[in-house]
Design a protein around this ligand. Structure first.
Ligand SMILES: [Mg+2]
Length: 411
């Protein structure tokens, strides 16, 4: 049977919901997380028109009794980990989009847990029970459609679109539901008289190309007709990221080993950052000439993907090994990182000037800037570096104008 096996699961108002969970006096109130810009707000605040990405001054103007709280960033990673563990208890094929949403391909899990809709119900129940959070789920046969369905299902709902009913579900929706349609594109489409996804589907492609350019036109036209061949990226979430180097058997001092440790750390940290991940546990492994080996680990309170921070921890661990086994020949040095979370949002700062909602982008602070330049250089040299975890706050890039329109999507 042809079952729609792709789920999009998205926690409702994640940052705000966690803030409320951790401070029960906020239950039922209009609460926003952020400073300068609203990162997330409760549905009580939304009733007054407050939205993620809105400047706090504007939010207050709409909702004078808005309670503004600081993010509890350490907790977000914890909750996220619990939720992703739940996802992975139903399928290994989980593709994270950000700290609080993922695609799941459950096609291979139906013999174990029931239909995709059953699995969605179980996931919603498990997440509620284990974390207290609401997760909305879309269940269809296509990624983009499941993502739209989960948005329409909010808050705290699920929508299943059966095969054959896709267009019926899709076409009455506003164009802004489509991936890639930000306010600028929406306005352009509106000028053409295109308000619903069905309008786009029935517009000749040439008219769309004239308005939006070829790439955006083809993209939107395909989606509006329910064409989206992208599979859920069938990769397991990495449990650890590591690197090691075999060495000629020799007695080695810290001084000898430091450049090797630095190289390994550099590689590991770059890979973490490329995946938008940070690590909580750091392990150093040393193998000796007699093939015995020893590992030393440390777990830190706040996860990191910073080369300098990882290096400092590893250096201490390696020193412990050398102190304990000063006379041994060393034949391998390895480092690995585990306890992986998504990169901590606290490391992002937002421009809050007038441009923040139009052309502003998150900028990194601290040693992250240095790490990033290193990564950038690598990218140019074509090493195995992908993009940064820019989905962290679910930025969406609009197609319009070649000018990236960054929105903080809070749903
Ligand atoms: Mg969300």
């Amino acid at each position: 049977m042809d079952v729609p096996g792709i789920l999009h699961a998205d926690l409702d108002a994640f940052y705000a919901a966690v803030a409320v969970l951790e401070n029960p006096s906020l239950v039922g109130k209009a609460v926003a997380v952020g400073s300068g810009v609203v990162l997330s707000c409760t549905y009580e605040a939304r009733e007054f028109g407050v939205r993620g990405g809105m400047r706090v001054v504007d939010a207050r103007a709409r909702c004078p009794h808005l309670i503004l709280v600081e993010g509890v960033f350490g907790s977000y990673t914890e909750y996220s980990r619990t939720v992703f563990d739940i996802f992975e208890s139903y399928t290994p094929f989980v593709e994270p989009l950000s700290i609080d949403e993922a695609f799941l391909d459950v096609t291979g899990s139906v013999h174990l847990f029931g239909s995709p809709a059953d699995i969605a119900r179980r996931i919603r129940r498990d997440v509620r029970k284990q974390t207290g959070l609401a997760v909305s789920v879309g269940v269809t046969g296509r990624k983009f459609l499941s993502k739209i369905a989960s948005q329409v299902a909010k808050p705290d709902g699920m929508i299943v679109v059966q095969p054959g009913q896709e267009l019926e579900f899709l076409h009455p929706l506003q164009v802004s539901h489509l991936w890639g349609v930000g306010p600028v594109t929406e306005r352009k489409l509106g000028e053409l008289g295109l308000e619903t996804i069905g309008d786009i589907a029935t517009t000749p492609i040439d008219a769309l190309i004239a308005m939006l350019g070829s790439a955006a036109a083809h993209h939107l036209h395909a989606l509006a007709n329910n064409h989206d061949p992208r599979p859920v990226e069938r990769t397991r979430r990495a449990r650890s990221v590591g690197a090691q180097s075999a060495l000629r058997p020799e007695r080695r001092t810290m001084e000898d080993l430091l450049p090797i440790l630095q190289r390994l750390t550099d590689r590991v940290a770059s890979r973490l950052r490329a995946k938008g991940r940070s690590a909580r546990t750091v392990t150093v492994r040393v193998r000796f000439g007699d093939l015995s080996s020893v590992t030393r680990s440390a777990t830190v309170r706040s996860p990191t993907a910073s080369t300098a921070a990882l290096m400092a921890i590893e250096r201490r661990l390696l020193q412990k090994v050398l102190d304990r086994y000063p006379k041994h020949e060393i034949t391998l040095l390895g480092v690995s990182t585990s306890g992986l979370g998504f990169d901590e949002p606290i490391q992002l700062a937002f421009d809050v000037d007038d441009d923040a909602l139009g052309g502003g982008t998150p900028h990194e602070i601290g040693s992250r800037a240095l790490d990033e330049s290193v990564d950038e250089v690598r990218r140019r040299f074509g090493r195995d570096i992908l993009a940064h975890g820019s989905d962290l706050l679910s930025e969406r890039t609009d197609f319009s104008d070649g000018l990236a329109e960054v929105m903080i999507k809070d749903d």
